[in-house]
Ligand binder design. Structure first.
Ligand SMILES: [Zn+2]
Length: 370
């Protein structure tokens, strides 16, 4: 609801164009959305005066326009369309963030304002309050942790069993040669603290297997990201996802999924989205006739069962999956809803993404309705 005694302004990520005498177009720079309106000269005067300094009533008096129900309805429409914001309210909202953080996240806050129908400061505060458990500090998991800390997440728990090796330098974004031999989680923690020294970060070098009790970390987490790809991400997700479902914690499954490294993952929200068992049963069905093909000519038979071959990959491919994941997570923190895309993979030679549409299985023992 518009309060005529409050100050309003056009949002910063919107350009306004006047076309002829009576057409106004609002162009959302981030989303490329356009809102085109036929208006009167009086309305153009009001829009031109929404400068963030004068109240609506003051603007009406200056422009000799009556604050009518039509003007009120028009301004409310601009609010609903996320074209204008109330500066008076924003000044109050600002108090939930420090002055330093308002400066630090200025452009991100503008982005939130232009994309989400929720005050940007509330979204930023939520990022700061979340406790995110990142399982796996490989190329994908570490990159997600970095981008989340850059965006303002201040509480992280990192778990990974591996040390930094020389091949880590090719796909990870935080290792230096001097880190080789250190636990990945420790090296990553140091890097994250260099981005934000106020970060509360726990790091554990530990193998997560079927016998590992997760409660000690899950009970302190509000969001989980699983990138553990050993023995396979589908298997680790089943274990972690069932535990998350019980505790009503959202989980994002990210990673290269072995077969393809430019993948988009899925956000699993308990009681909202298909659960991890729905995904597992879907893949069990679609992959029932699939068997791995080994290049048996390359190595002696005796070594085949004992060797695990790494799928080829580039840092650029990891970065695609990382960025998609973080965009989807930020969307969830801002809106509470899942991404509309989910599991898919980018085929670079065609520049197209193939998505798998998975719905809730009504017969699912975990989330089914039957
Ligand atoms: Zn299910």
């Amino acid at each position: 609801m518009i309060n005529p005694n409050y100050v309003y302004s056009i949002n910063q990520s919107i350009d306004v164009y006047r076309i002829g005498d009576d057409i106004i177009e609002f162009y959302f720079i981030n989303s490329r959305r356009r809102v085109t309106l036929k208006v009167t000269l009086s309305v153009i005067d009001i829009i031109s005066s929404l400068n963030g300094r004068n109240t609506i009533l003051e603007i009406c008096i200056t422009n000799s326009v009556e604050y009518s129900t039509d003007v009120d309805a028009f301004l409310n429409y601009l609010m609903e369309e996320n074209i204008i914001s109330c500066i008076t309210t924003r000044e109050k909202e600002k108090s939930i963030l420090s002055v330093t953080d308002i400066d630090r996240y200025d452009r991100q806050l503008n982005y939130f304002d232009s994309v989400f129908q929720k005050p940007s400061y509330e979204i930023q505060k939520r990022l700061q309050d979340e406790v995110v458990l990142v399982l796996g500090a490989g190329a994908i998991g570490s990159g997600i942790a970095i981008q989340l800390v850059m965006s303002g997440v201040r509480n992280l728990i990192l778990i990974d069993k591996d040390d930094v090796t020389i091949d880590s330098l090719q796909r990870h974004f935080y290792f230096n040669v001097s880190d080789i031999g250190r636990p990945k989680t420790h090296a990553l923690k140091d890097y994250l603290l260099s981005i934000d020294s106020s970060l509360a970060c726990e790091s554990y070098q530990k193998l997560i297997d079927f016998d590992t009790t997760m409660d000690q970390w899950l009970d302190r987490s509000s969001f989980v990201i699983n990138t553990l790809d050993e023995p396979y991400i589908g298997i680790t997700s089943l274990k972690v996802g069932r535990a998350c479902y019980e505790k009503k914690i959202p989980m994002f499954v990210a990673g290269g999924f072995d077969a393809h490294l430019m993948s988009t993952g899925e956000l699993i929200i308990p009681d909202v989205s298909p659960c991890v068992d729905c995904y597992t049963s879907h893949f069990s069905e679609t992959l029932k006739d699939w068997e791995p093909q080994y290049n048996t000519a390359a190595i002696p038979d005796s070594e085949i069962l004992n060797n695990r071959f790494e799928v080829g990959g580039l840092a650029s491919m990891s970065l695609f999956s990382i960025s998609y994941t973080v965009m989807a997570i930020l969307n969830y923190f801002a809106t509470g809803s899942e991404s509309k895309y989910g599991r898919g993979e980018l085929l670079f030679d065609k520049l197209e993404i193939k998505y798998l549409n998975i719905s809730k299985n009504p017969n699912c023992l975990i989330c089914g309705s039957i």
